[in-house]
Design a protein around this ligand. Structure first.
Ligand code: NAP
Length: 388
C-alpha cells in the first residue's frame, strides 16, 4: 500500500497520528475513544469513520490495517490490579501516566482514592474479572498471593488474558502461575527494582526485571505483552530480561541483604547527629527506606526465595568474622600480658619512670608496638570464625 494513494483528514490534535510499518496516517481525535468493555473492534471501527480515504480500491485495506493497528498497538491497555496497597497504587500512577486504564481491587476499600485518580475500583474480584481486562497485574503481598490467585474466577476472563506480577521474589509466582492458569493465558513475571521511596522522583534509569514466561504469537497476546513492557521502557526504566531463577539468586545477595541490614539498623534507633558523616547519612536513609516497607514484604523475601537462608548464614558468618578480628586482637594483648607478663602501656610508663632498671624508653616503645599491632593474618581470622 503506497502512502501516496491515501489522503486523510488533517490532524486535529498532536496525538492523532497513526504510524504503521509503512505509513503515517493523520486521524481525527475520535479514534481514541474510552474503550467500551467487550466491544473491541466494533467500537474502534466506529471511531475511524472520520478517516477520508480518497482511493476507493485501497480504502477497505487501509481502514482494516488502521483498525488492526489501533487495536493491537495504540489502544490503551486495560490493566486490572489485584492488591492496591502501597506498591499497587504507586505502580498504577505510572500506568496512568502512560495512558492506560487502571481497574483495581483489593482487600481494603480504595474506591475514594481511585475516584480521585481516574481509576476504577471494584469491591471484589468477580466484579473486576467481569470487566475482562487485557492484563491482570498481581500486586498483593508475597504471603497472600497464593490464596489470592487461587480465588480468581478465571472463567470470567478472556482466554488470552496476560497475567503479570510485581512480586519481589520471582520463582514462586512463576511456578504458581504455570500451575494454576489455563494454557492460553500469557504469563509475564516482573520485578520493578524500585518502590514508592526510591522511585518517587521518577523511574528513569531504575532497573526493571522481567521474564516472558509464556507468551503466544497467536492473536494479540504478544503485542499486548510488548505494549505492557513498553510502559516501563517509556518511563525510562533500565529493562533487564532474565529468568526468575537468576533474579532470585541475584536478589538474595543484594536486595535481601540490604533489607536485612536496614532491619538490623532500625533496632539501634539511630539518630542524626551534628557530626554525621556521608556514610552515616546513607545508613540512616537505608533504615528509613527499609522500615517504610511492610514486615510482610521482608518476611516474603526470606521465606519465598530459596537463596535467602544461605545469605542469612553468610551474613551471620561475616559478622562473626569481623567480631573475631577485633576481639582476637584484644585477646592477644591480654594473653601476652597474662602469660608472657608484658606490662600494659600505663604500667610501662609508670614502671619506666619509677624504675630505671626495668626497660629503656626506646625498648618500651618497641615492645609496646609489637603488642599493640599483633600480626594477625586476615585469612586466619576467617578460618577461625568459619567452623561451618
Ligand atoms: P505488601 O505488604 O507486600 O503488600 C500489601 C498488599 O497486599 C496490599 O494490597 C494488601 O491489600 C495485600 N494483602 C496483604 N495481606 C493480604 C491478605 N491476607 N489478603 C488479601 N490481600 C492482602 O506491601 P507492598 O509494598 O504494597 O507490596 C506489594 C507487592 O509489591 C509485594 O509483592 C512486593 O514484593 C512488591 N514490590 C514492592 C516494592 C516496594 O518497594 N514496596 C517494590 C517492588 C515490588 P490491602 O491494602 O487491601 O489490605
Amino acid at each position: 500500500m503506497a502512502s501516496s494513494s491515501l489522503r486523510f483528514t488533517q490532524p486535529t490534535f498532536p496525538n492523532s497520528i497513526l504510524k504503521t510499518k509503512t505509513n503515517t496516517f493523520f486521524v481525527s481525535k475520535n479514534v481514541f475513544p474510552t474503550p467500551v468493555p467487550n466491544k473491541g473492534k466494533a467500537s474502534n471501527a466506529h471511531a475511524i469513520t472520520k478517516l477520508a480515504c480518497v482511493n476507493k480500491t485501497t480504502e477497505i485495506a487501509a481502514c482494516n490495517q488502521i483498525i488492526g493497528d489501533v487495536n493491537s498497538k495504540l489502544m490503551p491497555l486495560r490493566i486490572g490490579i489485584i492488591g492496591f496497597g502501597n506498591f499497587g497504587q504507586f505502580i498504577a500512577k505510572g500506568l496512568r501516566r502512560q495512558g492506560h486504564f487502571v481497574l483495581a481491587t483489593s482487600r481494603s476499600d480504595y474506591s475514594e482514592y481511585c475516584k480521585q485518580n481516574g481509576m476504577q475500583f471494584f469491591r471484589n474480584m468477580d466484579a473486576l474479572c467481569e470487566e475482562q481486562p487485557d492484563v491482570i497485574l498481581v500486586c498483593s503481598s508475597i504471603l497472600s498471593t497464593e490464596n489470592i490467585i487461587r480465588s480468581i474466577p478465571i472463567h470470567k476472563l478472556k482466554p488470552d488474558t496476560i497475567f503479570a506480577d510485581v512480586l519481589s521474589v520471582k520463582q514462586f509466582p512463576k511456578n504458581l502461575f504455570l500451575e494454576i492458569l489455563p494454557p492460553g493465558f500469557g504469563i509475564v513475571c516482573t520485578h520493578p527494582m524500585f518502590g514508592p521511596e526510591s522511585g518517587k522522583n521518577g523511574w528513569n534509569g531504575l532497573p526493571f526485571v522481567f521474564e516472558k514466561v509464556r507468551v503466544t504469537d497467536a492473536g494479540t497476546q504478544a503485542e499486548k505483552c510488548t505494549q505492557f513492557l513498553d510502559i516501563f521502557e517509556q518511563e525510562g526504566c533500565q529493562m533487564v530480561e532474565m529468568t526468575c531463577e537468576e533474579h532470585d539468586r541475584h536478589a538474595a545477595g543484594s536486595q535481601f541483604i540490604t533489607h536485612t541490614i536496614g532491619r538490623i539498623l532500625s533496632h539501634l534507633n539511630l539518630e542524626s547527629t551534628p557530626i554525621s558523616t556521608k556514610g552515616y547519612k546513607t545508613l540512616l536513609q537505608l533504615t528509613k527506606n527499609t522500615v517504610s516497607d511492610s514486615f510482610d514484604l521482608y518476611y516474603g523475601l526470606f521465606m519465598y526465595n530459596v537463596n535467602a537462608t544461605e545469605q542469612m548464614d553468610n551474613l551471620d558468618r561475616a559478622f562473626e568474622t569481623v567480631k573475631q578480628m577485633l576481639y582476637g586482637r584484644l585477646h592477644d594483648i591480654l594473653r601476652k600480658q597474662i602469660v608472657e607478663r608484658v606490662p600494659m602501656q600505663g604500667e610501662l610508663r609508670t614502671k619506666s619512670i619509677n624504675s630505671r632498671s626495668y626497660l629503656t624508653d626506646k625498648e618500651n616503645i618497641k615492645k609496646l608496638a609489637s603488642v599493640a599491632i599483633p600480626e594477625i593474618n586476615l585469612s586466619d581470622a576467617v578460618t577461625v570464625s568459619s567452623p561451618r
